[in-house]
Design a protein around this ligand. Structure first.
Ligand code: C5P
Ligand code: ZN
Length: 445
């Protein structure tokens, strides 16, 4: 492993061992990566005898962080967040460890904060490390017993889509360890959710197969042509049937103009484990749905191994995906508003809108512009922005763009080059739309 990172992890472990408290506060992000990271830390710290209190937060973290500040915790670990919140948390009367992969801010070192950020250790936080992979390696150094939590690290990697372009760098070491230790099995195939092929196709929103996802008639028609029983389980298909089905699905995506890098993610190496009840992308989708669908506790309970919670999460996930499908179908039909350097659309719910933008940018539109979703909520405008690898290679940095605009209008914004968000006052909507075109022109024009 990267020696800079190794040293920081060791220092973090010594902070834990030297702490004079038996309580540790864990604060993490509310998506699949954040929930996986928090679950890893919760189990690892609980095993060390700590009393652990976890909160899963969403952007902007202002109210949540204010509550945490008032708790006067002696020791806090932030995972999958923290680096961007240093201006707020530096004044907390707590010892703080940060395990983050979002773009860090410039600042001078702060005594009570140990900031472990992948980007500060020459690891690409967008594509080579996530909150869960950092939390996993830290936990495995804290105690090698925690190596059994490795499927949760893969859940975070998958949740943050860091398989796009192939699993790389720091993440790759973890995935190799997971396979070598036989805690996960690897096979090649499509994402697997649900019991039957019909359900697997119906509820697959990412990839979004136009005419198939959310379309029972389309699925029945397709499966009839391929002589496949819709009630069959995906695993029980013969190799020839699989080949036919996969080729057809790829053809649909190629026809919609999907880029090769995204096509490569559809049929790819899959990982499956007992802890994740099977295929890890399907599992990570369920956790993400719980987090973004206001069921964060349920997602967390599933990750720490609660069987009843898992059963409940399955039906919750179906309902959540139906909401995504409804919005995606609407967007497919109506299209998005065009600006010179981006496209945008309005959506209803700020947590779902980011997910929808992330899917639509890859499956509904060409790859020339990033896609922005806007949600008007009370006196605020919630913005999610999603790009693609081709654009980031050209210079797109949505995290910087969001932060820059948000700072100008007294809002909050930030994130990754390829996926970022902001919350700004509603009356700044026009300003935002103009300013974004200008910033993007400089980045990719
Ligand atoms: O909210 P959304 O899902 O669009 O966020 C995308 C990414 O941008 C996430 O990684 C999130 O942490 C980051 N973000 C941020 N500051 C915000 C909103 C989002 O750093 N105010
Ligand atoms: Zn993350």
């Amino acid at each position: 492993m990267n020696s800079k990172l190794q040293k920081l992890f060791e220092e973090a472990v010594s902070w834990i061992h030297r702490s004079n408290t038996d309580k540790i506060r864990v604060v993490s992000h509310y998506d699949a990566d954040g929930i996986s990271a928090a679950s890893i830390l919760f189990i690892a710290l609980y095993r060390e005898g700590f009393d652990v209190h976890v909160s899963l937060m969403r952007n902007p973290f202002t109210d949540g962080l204010e509550r945490v500040r008032r708790e006067r915790n002696e020791f806090i670990i932030f995972s999958d967040m923290g680096s961007g919140q240093i201006p707020i948390i530096k004044d907390f009367d707590s010892r703080i460890i940060i395990l983050d992969h979002h773009q860090p801010l410039d600042h001078t070192p702060i005594d009570n904060i140990l900031e472990i950020n992948a980007n500060l250790c020459d690891i690409k936080g967008d594509s080579e490390a996530c909150g869960a992979s950092l939390s996993y390696v830290f936990s495995s150094i804290l105690n090698s017993k925690n190596r059994d939590l490795i499927p949760l690290a893969l859940t975070g990697i998958t949740g943050d889509k860091q398989y796009i372009g192939g699993i790389k760098g720091f993440n790759k070491e973890i995935v190799e360890e997971a396979v070598d230790s036989k805690q996960v099995t690897m096979y090649k195939g499509i994402k697997s959710i649900g019991e039957t092929i019909e359900d697997a196709l119906y509820y697959t929103v990412d990839p979004y197969y136009p005419g198939i996802s959310g379309n029972r008639d389309g699925i029945k028609h397709l499966l009839m042509r391929l002589h496949i029983d819709p009630d069959q389980n995906l695993e029980t298909l013969s190799e020839i049937q699989k080949k036919k089905l996969y080729s057809y699905l790829l053809l649909i995506l190629m026809k919609t103009g999907c880029t090769p890098i995204i096509l490569d993610t559809v049929i790819r190496e899959r990982y499956s484990s007992q802890l994740t009840h099977g295929e890890i992308e399907g599992f990570s989708d369920i956790i993400d749905a719980c987090g973004k669908g206001n069921q964060r506790d349920l997602g967390f309970a599933v990750c720490i191994g609660d069987e009843e919670a898992y059963r409940e999460s399955l039906s919750f996930h179906r309902d959540y995906n139906q909401l995504l499908l409804d919005e995606l179908q609407k967007l497919e039909l109506q299209g998005a508003e065009e600006r010179k350097y981006y496209r945008y659309f309005y959506s209803e719910d700020s947590s779902r809108s980011g997910v929808i933008a992330g899917i639509a940018v890859n499956y509904l539109f060409d790859d020339k512009k990033p896609l922005i979703s806007l949600v008007r909520h009370k006196d605020e405008l919630h913005i999610s922005s999603r790009g693609n690898q081709r654009l980031t290679e050209k210079g797109l940095n949505l995290g910087l763009a969001m932060r820059e605009i948000a700072m100008k209008v007294d809002g909050h914004g930030g994130g990754h080059k390829i996926a970022a968000g902001a919350t700004i006052p509603l009356d700044k909507e026009e300003f935002f739309l103009e300013e974004l075109d200008d910033i993007l022109r400089k980045q990719i024009g």
